[in-house]
Design a protein around this ligand. Structure first.
Ligand code: SF4
Ligand code: MG
Length: 317
């Protein structure tokens, strides 16, 4: 761990922990060269350093997949769960330890296939956590099987003649769930947008769902390559209440003003397939948050004993 920079020591009274971005990296990421997961890890490390989140005050929860290796690489509490189960683990943790900042890192196979039931209910529960869906349109860790988000016609080991069905759209699905409170899309190859989106998600008091379009040079090198090469094929959603990062409007010629409170507009945009769209599709912080509405007021040891005695008295003979 590096020595504490002077500038951060000055912030000690504001509960700064004195960690720089690199101090949040527990060990080197073991992903393929060029994998988009590295960019997401860098953005997360920047966020943790900027907000000076103490390692013991946050937890990263994952399921199974390339992206689910994330908790091994972050200097924080971590739980590398089983396939598709990151969200119920994270919800349980948030209920038991509401003081922790909870992050979930999941993949398209993990979240939208085996974990799909949990995804719907966790969205509706709207517990306060930041969920990053790293969507590379394929099962990568298990070496190239079609996932629900694999584009129609894209070949894989399980669909050698190409995926037969239209891909499931995670934005459309999440926006269709009652009580969904934050839905955004960003891309690993636009670092400024990626960072600003994760920061907006972290700031949102509720279940923040961010789909990160993630390059997988190993198995789906073609799916985002046109957009990576040509920014004109991507439209940026802009609004004062959305994601704003300096310089982005110069990079992307196509911009659209979209109010994140407009749910119908968000659903219409998510449905359109003419361009990739990056930005906050929907955000409303007035919806019920499960860990708040379900919170039980703290009870003193004396009160607990009184309640127990009362219960025992009911069965006294
Ligand atoms: Fe990244 Fe794809 Fe390699 Fe997995 S298989 S580490 S997603 S490049
Ligand atoms: Mg995947």
């Amino acid at each position: 761990m590096s020595s504490i920079p002077i500038s951060l020591l000055d912030l000690e009274e504001h509960d700064a922990c004195g960690l720089g971005a690199e101090d949040y990296q527990k060990k080197e990421g073991k992903w393929c060269a060029g994998c988009g997961d590295f960019g997401v890890l860098n953005a997360v490390k920047r966020l943790l350093a900027k907000h000076q989140i103490r390692p013991e005050k946050m937890a990263f929860i994952s399921g199974i997949g390339c992206s689910s290796r994330f908790p091994h690489y972050v200097n924080a509490y971590g739980f590398h769960g089983i396939h598709g189960r990151a969200l119920p683990i994270a919800t349980g943790l948030k209920l038991a330890r509401p003081d922790l900042d909870v992050f979930v890192v999941t993949g398209d196979g993990d979240c939208t296939s085996i974990g799909a039931g949990h995804w719907i209910h966790a969205t509706r529960y709207n517990a306060n956590m930041t969920v990053l869906l790293l969507d590379n349109n394929i099962y990568g860790l298990t070496k190239n099987q079609t996932s629900p988000t694999t584009p129609q016609g894209h070949p894989s080991n399980t669909s050698p003649r190409g995926s037969q069905l239209p891909a499931l759209d995670p934005l459309q699905a999440t926006l269709g769930v009652s009580n969904a409170s934050f839905v955004a899309q960003t891309a690993d190859w636009v670092p400024a947008h990626l960072y600003a989106t994760i920061e907006a998600a972290y700031a949102h008091p509720g279940f923040s769902f961010v789909r990160v379009l993630q390059r997988c040079p190993k198995f789906t090198p073609d799916v985002f390559s046109a957009n990576v090469k040509n920014p004109d094929l991507t439209e940026l959603l802009v609004h004062e209440k959305g994601v704003n990062a300096p310089g982005l409007e110069k990079l992307f010629k196509a911009t659209r003003v979209h109010d994140p409170k407009d749910l119908d507009g968000a659903r219409t945009l998510a449905q359109r397939k003419d361009m990739l769209r990056l930005g906050v599709f929907f955000c409303d912080d007035s919806f019920p948050v499960y860990d708040e509405v379900r919170a039980v007021p703290p009870v003193t040891p004396e009160e607990k004993i009184q309640r127990l005695e009362k219960e025992f008295d009911r069965y006294a003979v």
